[in-house]
Design a protein around this ligand. Structure first.
Ligand SMILES: C[S@@+](CC[C@H](N)C(=O)[O-])C[C@H]1O[C@@H](n2cnc3c(N)ncnc32)[C@H](O)[C@@H]1O
Length: 271
């Protein structure tokens, strides 16, 4: 197992032993259960654990009033975050370890993966994580939070169609992306607006901690946004969306109708 770099101490503080235990799980059972490739083991810290944990910079501190999603337990004072397509717990478990003031809801459809995720949660005795088995779309109206995260799950238009219905009013989707982030946002600006996004931008995280910086596509919804409402459709208005709509039409299924509002779009880029 690779040794924890110095930055890990800065990011995880007194929870570093939990991060080391997570790294151990990834390097052993994560590989043997097929959740992470063996070639990733030497770079687990830099490319995966730290790269994900630094996204905590973009998540506000819990205010004490809960910020609790529809699916979260009552009485919860931690800020809820939904991680869609958690896979091997990235970024969900890395964030839960770095930020005990958050409650992470890990949404993952594959049984093999949710079983592994739950075993890691139990092994590390994390009391701020709930594992949910299912596709993000199935949780619209059942689970919501002020922040939704996702890494390597889908292109931004499809991801927004799945994730924006999980956002509370004025909530934000943080999609960990590579260098394609700005291009994807530019290409899917219309689709994002139809899906209810009011602004989007690209931000870099982990300055001085990870190299290169983690690139995040940030998509926000308005204070009037209603959780559970699925507007537009995956890739509505995009070439991919039109192709999917055409396939649905040919197969006799109707494409989802869209709210055709076009709110203002932010395009600030900072790194
Ligand atoms: C390439 S993996 C990425 C896993 C992890 N986020 C990471 O960065 O290592 C994509 C994950 O998204 C999950 N996934 C695919 N479609 C999904 C959906 N509609 N809702 C939730 N998860 C989904 C897959 O099961 C898979 O675990």
């Amino acid at each position: 197992m690779p040794a924890a770099p110095e930055a890990a101490g800065t990011v995880f503080g007194d929870r570093l032993p939990l991060a080391v235990a997570f790294c151990e799980q990834l390097a052993t059972t994560g590989v043997s259960h097929g959740l992470i490739g063996p070639r990733e083991v030497p770079r687990l810290w830099e490319r995966h654990i730290l790269n994900c944990a630094v996204v905590a910079e973009l998540i506000p501190a819990a205010t004490g009033d809960g910020g609790v999603g529809a699916g979260a337990s009552s009485g919860e004072t931690r800020l809820s975050v939904i991680d869609v397509g958690s896979g091997a717990g990235l970024p969900g478990l890395a964030l839960a370890i770095a930020r005990p003031d958050l409650h992470l809801h890990l949404v993952e459809p594959m049984l093999r993966r949710t079983t592994w995720l739950q075993s890691v949660v139990d092994e590390l005795a994390l009391d701020n994580v709930t594992v949910h088995r299912g596709r993000a779309e199935e949780f619209a109206g059942r689970l919501s939070a002020p922040v939704v995260t996702a890494r390597a799950v889908a292109r931004i238009d499809r991801l927004a169609a799945w994730c924006l219905p999980l956002l509370d009013p004025a909530g934000v989707l943080l999609a960990l992306k590579g260098s394609s982030a700005q291009e994807e946002l530019d290409e899917e600006a219309g689709a994002l607006a139809r899906l209810g996004a009011t602004s989007f931008d690209v931000v870099g995280c982990g300055d001085g901690l990870v190299e290169p910086a983690t690139v995040v596509a940030r998509v926000a919804v308005s204070p009037e946004h209603r959780p559970g409402v699925v507007s537009g459709g995956a890739g509505a208005g995009s070439a991919g969306g039109r192709a999917r709509d055409a396939r649905k039409a040919r197969s006799g299924k109707s494409a989802k109708s869209g709210r055709a509002e076009r709110p203002g779009q932010g395009r600030r880029r900072s790194t």
